[in-house]
Design a protein around this ligand. Sequence first.
Ligand SMILES: [Zn+2]
Length: 447
Amino acid sequence: MAKLIDWIRRASVQLLDPQREERIDYFARNVASRLKSDRGAFNFDALVTSLEIQPRDIPLVQERVYEFACKKAWRDRQISEEEKKGLDWVARSVMLPEKNAEQVAFRVGLEVFQEVLSDAVADGRIEPAELEELQQVAACIGTSVRDLVTRYFSDWAEGFLRAMFMKMIEDGELSHREWSHLVASAEAIGLKENELLDSIRVQAERFVEHVLIDAKADGQLSEEEESTLAFLMERLKLSPRFRTYAEGEIRELKQITDILKGRLPSLNVHLTGRRNTEIVHFEGPGSYEEVKHLKSGQQRVLHEGRVLITNCRLIFESPARTFDLNHRRVTRIAPRGDTLELSATGRGNGRYTFGSDSKLAFLIYEAAVRKANQTLVEQVDGLPTRHIPRDVRQRVYQKYGGRCAECGSNQYLEFDHIIPVTKGGSNSEQNVQLLCRRCNLNKSDKI
Ligand SMILES: [Zn+2]
């Protein structure tokens, strides 16, 4: 505030009396050189008279002389006891009131601090020697680094830490070492970890989303990805809404990982006619669209009911139609959006939906069939096993700025092959885009 008032005062003076600035400077230089030559014999009043300094200019000349002396003393970026005494002598000699002297000294000190601070962070990191210099400057001003940064440079400091964080996560990773370094840098300029977390919250959320998309790219959570995510969720300050979202996504990815590894859930569900060693992996509302081949042509009949997936069969139950389809009779599984097209020998051909979490149900079904057969069942697109190289994922993420190519959303993002792999699409940068789950589902409905 004091700085602002000072600035307004100077600016209005500049407007009303454009030559004043030069005049003050001229007088101040004269006074300073006489101080140096006259020493103990210096007489301010006599000099004011001989230089014909107007009374209204006197306060500014006094301040300017003292400012020169301060700047000179700060040249080595510190003020010694000797220099402090010298400065006091200058203030007394030009009869500058103590309060004004303090203000000028603080202003000059702050400028020096700013200079040292920008030098220290110029290379994006703060070395111990640089920190020591900052502390030294702050001590000379009579305060601490934290006090100066939080009072005068907090926006700047937050910007600096944010830039540092962004640089660290550019490669899509954040190591423990990088994080400790960031925390140490924040502490070096006087900010606590909590304040650091506040200033990078938005970037942190986008980064967690980035790690999630990467993990989803190969459809499963590697141990490394899991520990990175756990580390980020624990360390970063995220909004409650985002946290809930991210935790849900991680849980789902973990489930998918388990399923792809053949670890299927085992549910405690009642099953009529349960066979020996039969385990229920999935149970939920579902539908079955039966294709009837009549003389008049094809007729499709939709049955709404309940679906169960066990380790040996799929069971569909509805008022009009109940049957089971042994995994060994399945010849082809093709997910189409949220319906699953099944081909089998005997009954059970048709399209199925498996409740609200169709993706997970499809994976469970697919894994159960694969396990039961020990042989290959033809797999058709839709399962997240198509590998996109890491560098391609990185470039695609940058290209779309971490947002859905269709709607711009920055959540529920997935890498998508523009031309599906099954239709000859490649894993190249040109054929991969970022889509949110909803836009991705809309797209697969159209294909
Ligand atoms: Zn979208």
